[in-house]
Ligand binder design. Structure first.
Ligand code: GDP
Length: 306
């Protein structure tokens, strides 16, 4: 991800760095190129506009162009605007430790984490990845439960991943509704002394009322500390639209972007925070169970700008 954008921005910024002096027109020209690079990377138009306006205003307003190294200063402004865009303006960086997931589990156990998203986004895989990390790193006891009553295969998949990772899964009882399974999972967790319960909700191919109502019901029942929306980075702006809808209808505390290992142009990653106001917390970097990373704005900005 980001290869195309990184190359394009690298060229624009290299040119700027080499300049001894800069006029307002030079900044304008560079920002036009930055704008095109961001749009080609599939970043949402409103986000691009805000980004370019911020850099221009600061470059001109703070007399950067009359400074000793104007090119360098503009490059820094671009870097900072990128970090703002990724983390929310003035956003606090997440835990810098790459193995820490920055997920809120410091509460009275069992702490419920609700996983939501469309079918095929990587929800079940991510549930198991998170469960494994919490088990290994935080040394917490985790129980996973599949609330997907529409696809028995989904319940089996979670059970298989549970076996692979050594994480317990709730016994499947046919004929129960998602809310009933969620209640049973919380009870089993209390009785069994589990610290964290990961509830993998059903996904559909498209957002629909039934899905949203069902997720909202489960949410109301378990009162989760984290509602993590899993979205596929490869779907670009669609992922951003999905995030917006889920956040409006269910409320989301964090986004997990999957398939970041693929060759998506990165627009979803770059637009998500600014459009939805919800932070991207994690990135899925592959199919393997350890392919999960915290999303750090500084590190990503560094990766893009080289
Ligand atoms: P769900 O329907 O949302 O539960 O999606 P799954 O967890 O079943 O994932 C669908 C497919 O995507 C599976 O083949 C996963 O192995 C794969 N997958 C999930 N996350 C990632 C990721 O970060 N990178 C890659 N390359 N594949 C992933």
């Amino acid at each position: 991800m980001f290869d195309g954008l990184s190359g394009r921005l690298g060229d624009v910024l290299d040119k700027l760095r080499r300049r001894g002096s800069l006029s307002e027109a030079d900044v304008d020209a560079a920002m036009r190129e930055v704008r095109v690079a961001l749009l080609e990377a599939d970043v949402a138009l409103a986000v691009v506009k805000q980004f370019v306006a911020q850099v221009k205003e600061q470059a001109i307003g703070q007399e950067v162009i009359r400074s000793v190294t104007p090119g360098q200063m503009v490059v820094k402004l671009v870097h900072d605007a990128l970090v703002d865009m990724l983390s929310g303006e003035g956003g606090v960086e997440a835990e810098p430790d790459p193995m820490s997931l920055g997920i809120d589990i410091a509460h009275t156990p069992p702490v419920p984490i609700l996983m939501v998203g469309l079918q095929g986004s990587g929800k079940t895989t991510t549930s198991a990845k998170i469960a494994l990390r919490i088990t290994k790193r935080e040394r917490k006891k985790v129980l996973m439960a599949s609330l997907d009553v529409y696809r028995p295969a989904a319940q089996r998949q979670l059970a298989i991943l549970g076996e692979q990772t050594g994480v317990d899964t709730l016994e499947v009882v046919m004929g129960q509704k998602p809310v009933e399974i969620a209640r049973r999972a919380m009870q089993a967790a209390r009785v069994g002394g589990y610290d964290v319960v990961i509830l993998d909700t059903a996904g559909r191919l498209h957002i629909d009322e039934v899905l949203m109502t069902e997720v909202a019901e489960v949410r109301a029942l378990v009162n989760p500390h984290e509602v993590l929306l899993v979205t596929d980075a490869m779907t670009g702006q669609d992922a951003v639209n999905v995030a917006q809808e889920f956040n409006e209808k269910v409320g989301v505390t964090g986004i997990v972007l999957t398939r970041v290992d693929g060759d998506s142009r990165g627009g979803a990653a770059l637009s998500m925070r600014a459009v939805t106001g919800v932070p991207i917390k994690l990135m899925g970097m592959g199919e393997k169970m350890d392919a999960l990373e915290a999303f750090h704005a500084q590190r990503i900005a560094g990766r893009i700008l080289g």
